[in-house]
Design a protein around this ligand. Structure first.
Ligand code: AMP
Length: 282
């Protein structure tokens, strides 16, 4: 596996690979890899000739009081894991090169970023779309792979690609979970043992939503009530939101008739976790 640290070298590598007719697949990440990241990389490996993984903890997607400084980082470990699943290039640019002091351009996707995580993190998605656009420009992938774990991020990136007529196919992959259902996340490493135990309630509440939907329940408020009961039975869990939204527009729905995403965010101590389940063709 080759490691590239400068934008110039990344662009040269991709231009050259494209000239020789190679299909480039791309997995953008913030590192501290787990099975969720690796599943995206394995998919990327299958879909193209060259797999490029970026590792960049993007400062602009963190709010002023969020965990940018403490975000877990382990380059050696990540490098080994990415290599083992067949990554061809690990692209790890420097913050100073990505955002020189006179940086002043941002990409903002409007409607789909307003609800859900956009409420508590008003600048987050602008940071995501700006860095993803920059990375696409540097890596020049034919296919980019994202996790459904960050469902609003996936929809936002797809909207950006559509609106700006970009030449990349964006693919979503299912959420990889721990044995008790907790969605894998680099932030799970922050959890104290008691918090880790309580965190399984997020998945249990989503399973309850699934059960009710399968029984034919169409009233969003009934489902949310039962989900919140499960979450509130854990004193260590503080709900940020639990919502049922149209899976495409991300607007809240009252009556569930089309594709929906049941999405939630909750704090366990200082750690904010998110999870969701998407239901299609109801
Ligand atoms: P991150 O490093 O957290 O920014 O995530 C990089 C990519 O991995 C994003 O597309 C995430 O949605 C995806 N991802 C993170 N956790 C999971 C998971 N548990 N299952 C599947 N994909 C994931």
């Amino acid at each position: 596996m080759k490691t590239i640290k400068t934008i110039k070298e990344m662009k040269e590598f991709s231009s050259q690979a494209r000239r020789t007719g190679k299909t480039l697949t791309f997995v953008p990440t913030m590192g501290f890899f787990h099975e969720g990241h690796l599943s995206l990389m394995r998919e990327g490996r299958k879909r193209g000739d060259l797999l490029i993984v970026s590792l960049f903890v993007n400062p602009t997607q963190f709010g002023p009081h969020e965990d940018f400084k403490n975000y877990p980082r382990d380059f050696q470990r990540d490098s080994k894991m990415a290599g083992e699943v067949g990554t061809d290039v690990l692209f790890a640019p420097e913050v100073g090169e990505m955002y020189p002091p006179d940086h002043q351009t941002n990409v903002r996707v409007e409607k789909v970023t307003q609800n859900l995580c956009g409420r508590a993190r008003p600048t987050h998605f602008q940071g995501v779309t700006t860095v993803v656009l920059m990375l696409f420009e540097m890596v020049m992938p034919h296919v980019a792979i994202f996790g459904e774990k960050d469902y609003q991020q996936l929809v936002t990136v797809q909207q950006m690609v559509k609106d700006l007529h970009m030449s990349v196919e964006v693919i979503g992959m299912p959420t990889v979970r721990e044995a008790d259902g907790l969605a894998m996340s680099s932030r799970n490493t922050y959890l104290l043992p008691e918090e880790r135990k309580a965190a399984s309630s997020l998945y249990r509440s989503l399973q309850k939503a699934k059960e009710l939907l399968q029984k034919g329940e169409q009233r969003a408020d009934r489902i949310l009530l039962e989900m919140k009961e499960i979450l509130q039975s854990e004193p260590l869990v503080r709900i940020d939101y639990a919502q049922i939204c149209d899976a495409h527009t991300l607007q809240d729905v009252n009556r569930i008739e089309r594709d929906v995403v049941v999405a939630l965010a909750a704090y366990l101590g200082k750690t904010r976790l998110i999870d969701n389940l998407v239901f299609r063709n109801l």
